[in-house]
Design a protein around this ligand. Sequence first.
Ligand code: ATP
Ligand code: MG
Length: 307
Amino acid sequence: MSSQDDLFHPVVELPEPVRRARYDRLVGLDDVKDRLRKEAILLATPDRLRVWAARHYPGMEVAALPLFIDRVPLFVFTGDVGSGKTALAESFGGDLADQLNLPVLLYRLKLATRGSGLVGEMTSLIGDAFAHLKAQASAARTGGRTRRVLVFVVDEADALVQSRAAQQMHHEDRAGVDAFLAGVDSLAGAGLPVLVVLCTNRGNALDPAVLRRAAATFTFGRPNDQQRHAILTNALRGLNIRQDTITKLTELTGAAGSRPGFTSSDLTQRLVPAAVIDAFPGHPVRDERLLTLATELTPSPTFIEHD
Ligand SMILES: Nc1ncnc2c1ncn2[C@@H]1O[C@H](COP(=O)(O)OP(=O)(O)OP(=O)(O)O)[C@@H](O)[C@H]1O
Ligand SMILES: [Mg+2]
């Protein structure tokens, strides 16, 4: 079996200040954040659902409770580029750690060995990763108490979980989907404190068997006016930019005709850094230059589904 280092990027223990700040800066994702928080609370402390039922339905047998036991703790993050899928998947564990007052371990699958052409490699990589996680998650619950929660992120999962129906799919990729399905199924009913998050741009191409197992699928999109305003306000803090400039930037970075609006990452990773680089080293960021740069930059193209 592959070692932890072959399977995962270095495991990160949350909470951790850099990721906490990243989580706090994510705008427009409150519904997803709330949902993940509740799901994790129920996974880590399943008794709380029984307490809820006893309080609101005293003396009744609530048929919905056992349904939770067989569910797979799988969440799919899908949607446009630069919309916070990876950033949220890799940081929400810090919030869980705060809520649960427990450490959260972040495991990120290494998909780097993909494409080396060795038949069976993908299958065993995924199989080993789930086996490893199950062992770690079992050890995380001792004496009936949850000591740690695990978050397992499969990022850029496009190729891995593309529909098995896709004509062009190679044998090895189909094996990847099957191994992934077997892995998540092995977590169902195990009552282990592990959440699986799968991120992909290609929501439409996801294998239906993967989608139907997801406890929830969240679609991420480009920020609306209010969200761009909030992202710009955060990103420009401390640069003495005028309020009316931020309002104009919000307009300039919105959709215009057939041109899409800026992605969140267009704002944080291109526009604002470009303005800083432009001013560096000689002078402060000028409002006028910021507006010019916003008109000059083109937003990232929308991800086109190939199905
Ligand atoms: N909702 C958001 N609010 C604030 N900033 C955001 C948001 N989404 C993305 N960003 C910024 O863009 C950066 C890149 O986002 P991220 O890597 O999570 O995108 P992604 O959805 O995974 O994109 P891709 O599909 O290309 O992998 C983040 O680190 C953050 O700075
Ligand atoms: Mg990403």
